[in-house]
Design a protein around this ligand. Structure first.
Ligand code: AQP
Length: 328
């Protein structure tokens, strides 16, 4: 079977629908056709300041959400990044192959460091895309299901794999991005010009948020001054975003939805989305609570996944170290 690897940061108390539509839905689907490695990337989470107790709780909440969404730990390898030392071991080798200017061109670093002031950003935030490359290359992943915001990091990963192979001989698998165009970028409900993000909480739609509060957020989502429910990303970004969400939660295609709302207003569209979202998250939240009720079992599942992940990733590090010229 071809392999996939993807990761998600435990940096908030809930995943949002951007994470779900951009990545996690694909994670679940790909289990049927791929050998899947899915990681809660806690090492990435400390590139910005984290409270230890929050981080520990959020790792478990992340695991519970992944299980509740349908990641099957018997089928896929579900693990916590910090429990697999191979990621940082491989990252160092890749850092030594990365140009300083090349790393400096990563737009996510520019965005995130601009928020807090570049001088106050950690070196870890700067090198994080290289650690991410190691996450992927350690498992010889053929494909990486992610949202559009990760495309540039994926390109860096491909470049580093090719560079390593050219310098030391064929060793690393060059991965392909797996980005589904229709849901690759979900936008903020209060500002449909920017992507929905964990760090702009006012306009995100969170899977574990109080359902009534989410319904309120949907009903006050920013649209436009027209009345027509029509998909047009450039002219009607807010309405198009709502249509994208409703399409996923109801299974109806966008043209079908456009027909359904002909002659009806945005209020109907929002009301139906609120209802569909509530129907999706209500059982999900109950399932997450069930997993969180037994943290020891949750930790055991993750430890077992970590063991399987280590077996694969350690083999890559051994091959890489041998190629580089280390004594093995
Ligand atoms: N708005 C989005 N639309 C589609 N996909 C998205 N992803 C994130 N936001 C959107 C995808 O979710 C996966 C996990 O992302 P991550 O853990 O790297 O989270 P992130 O990008 O740090 O999440 P945020 O919410 O964007 O947080 P901050 O505020 O830290 O920037 C990835 O596959 C990502 O593409």
């Amino acid at each position: 079977l071809p392999r996939v690897l993807s990761g998600i940061q435990p940096t908030a108390d809930s995943f949002h629908v951007g994470n779900y539509l951009g990545a996690l839905r694909q994670w679940v689907d790909l289990q049927a056709t791929h050998q899947a490695f899915y990681s809660i990337v806690d090492l990435h989470a400390i590139t910005v300041e984290q409270d230890p107790a929050d981080l520990r709780r959020r790792i478990r909440v992340a695991a519970a959400q992944l299980l509740a969404l349908g990641i099957d730990p018997q089928v896929s390898t579900l693990f916590v990044q910090s429990q697999v030392p191979a990621h940082t071991q491989l990252a160092w080798v890749l850092e030594c192959l990365t140009g300083f200017g090349e790393a400096g061109r990563m737009t996510q670093f520019k965005d995130k460091s601009a928020r807090g002031g570049a001088d106050r950003s950690s070196v870890g935030l700067f090198t994080y895309p290289i650690l991410q490359a190691a996450d992927i290359l350690a498992y010889a992943a053929d494909a990486v299901p992610v949202g559009e915001d990760q495309r540039q990091h994926l390109e860096l990963t491909r470049n580093l794999a090719q560079r390593f192979n050219a310098r030391y001989g064929p060793t690393l698998t060059v991965p392909e991005p797996y980005i589904l165009k229709a849901t690759a970028k979900i936008y903020d409900l209060t500002d449909p010009g920017v992507k929905m993000s964990k760090s702009s909480p006012g306009g995100s739609l969170d899977l574990l948020a109080d359902v009534k509060a989410s319904v309120k957020r949907i009903k006050s989502a920013v649209t436009d001054n027209e009345r027509e429910v029509r998909y047009d990303e450039d002219a009607k970004p807010g309405v198009s975003n709502l249509l994208r969400l409703l399409s996923v939660f109801t299974g109806a295609s966008i043209p079908e939805l456009e027909r359904r709302y002909e002659g009806r207003g945005y209020g109907d569209l929002k009301g139906d989305l609120a209802e569909a979202f509530a129907a999706f998250v209500t059982p999900l939240q109950a399932s997450v609570a069930g997993y969180l009720a037994d943290p020891a079992e949750l930790d055991a599942v993750l430890r077992a996944g970590g063991e399987r992940a280590r077996a694969t990733a350690d083999a890559t590090v051994a091959a890489v170290y041998e190629r580089v010229g280390f004594l093995v």
